[in-house]
Ligand binder design. Sequence first.
Ligand SMILES: [Zn+2]
Length: 66
Amino acid sequence: MARTVFDCARVPGKTCTLQIIGDKKDVLPAAKQHLVAAHGMKNTKQLDDNVTQVVDDHAKRYGTWV
Ligand SMILES: [Zn+2]
């Protein structure tokens, strides 16, 4: 099962250091909930699209043990 990373530091204008790591289906809603609750963003389709674009594949970002 591939892990996905949401790094709030990649959100423009945010200096937040939160990262959320897990299965994509868990990371996307958790990231949106964080952006709305902690940063006052509006829960819109645009936010969905932006969050989906900013998540990374964990192995691609951090490498794998070989
Ligand atoms: Zn944040």
